[in-house]
Design a protein around this ligand. Structure first.
Ligand SMILES: C[S@@+](CC[C@H](N)C(=O)[O-])C[C@H]1O[C@@H](n2cnc3c(N)ncnc32)[C@H](O)[C@@H]1O
Length: 247
């Protein structure tokens, strides 16, 4: 997915060493309005996609869970609400996003099950075979080196552990694909400008979605990393998909 020391930041080709700083800049810029814009742009559907992710999680009685790219901690909250015995490592490269997640965990009373850590999904600061479940929601497409991230996830899962990746993907119907493209490139940046005074970050969002591998390609990358099994589930005709892989 990344070659010759170059990768993509949206449609722009950038050096590998630049990408993370640029991604961090985007989420510094959107942090304050992140939850509001998420509801607005997805018409609230992101909540259903995250519930679907939870339904695919196979949690043992006392699960050890890692959520990568946690942002404002939507996914940790759902997991903890479904099983109060869960301990979740809540991680992100972006301190501003993580701070919002921490405040929310305090306000909404799930902080005692959380451990917050600023960390990259591409270099996980955990020992081999630590987790029963690893989740990544709308994070992987922002990674500099996705294969490295997937390899790290494999390393940190216990044997038979489950990886769930929720990400934008490719609509299977060509008419829906065209309509979605039009919405992404014409409406999303304007919404960003109007509601959050930030057109550029929402232009990046549209471009980063287009540059992300489609469902089948991502499945191939996951299996090539060494996972024993991987299936994906499409939502809204594949606008979003969840890949479920078993170590
Ligand atoms: C679109 S938000 C998703 C937040 C949350 N998971 C959700 O579903 O609402 C993407 C998050 O990924 C984080 N991120 C980007 N690259 C990352 C990386 N390499 N490692 C960890 N987090 C990363 C960003 O800082 C941002 O908070």
């Amino acid at each position: 997915m990344e070659e010759n020391n170059k990768t993509h930041f949206g449609f722009e080709e950038v050096g590998l060493e630049e990408k993370q700083t640029k991604v961090k800049g985007v989420f510094d810029s959107v942090a304050e309005n992140y939850d509001f814009m998420n509801d607005l742009m997805s018409f609230g559907l992101h909540r259903l996609w995250k519930k679907a992710l939870l339904e695919l999680a196979e949690l043992p009685p006392h699960p050890s869970v890692l959520d990568i790219a946690s942002g404002t901690a939507d996914i940790p909250k759902l997991i903890i609400q479904s099983n109060q015995n869960t301990a979740v490592q809540v991680t992100d490269i972006n301190g501003s996003m993580l701070e919002l997640g921490r405040n929310r965990a305090i306000d909404e009373n799930f902080i005692s099950n959380c451990f917050f850590l600023t960390a990259s999904g591409e270099e996980l600061p955990y020992k081999d075979a630590t987790f029963d479940l690893i989740t990544v929601g709308f994070g992987l497409r922002n990674f500099t080196n996705k294969d490295k991230g997937i390899a790290e996830m494999l390393r940190c899962l216990k044997s038979n552990g489950v990886l769930l990746i929720l990400e934008f993907s490719k609509p299977t119907n060509s008419f829906i694909r065209k309509a979605y493209d039009w919405y992404s490139f014409n409406i999303l940046p304007k919404m960003g400008k109007f509601f959050a005074n930030d057109e550029k970050s929402y232009q990046y969002l549209a471009e980063s979605i287009r540059m992300h591998p489609d469902q089948e390609s991502l499945k191939m990358h996951i299996l090539a990393a060494g996972f024993s099994k991987c299936n994906f589930y499409n939502f809204q005709n594949g606008i979003v998909s969840i890949h479920k892989a078993i170590k």
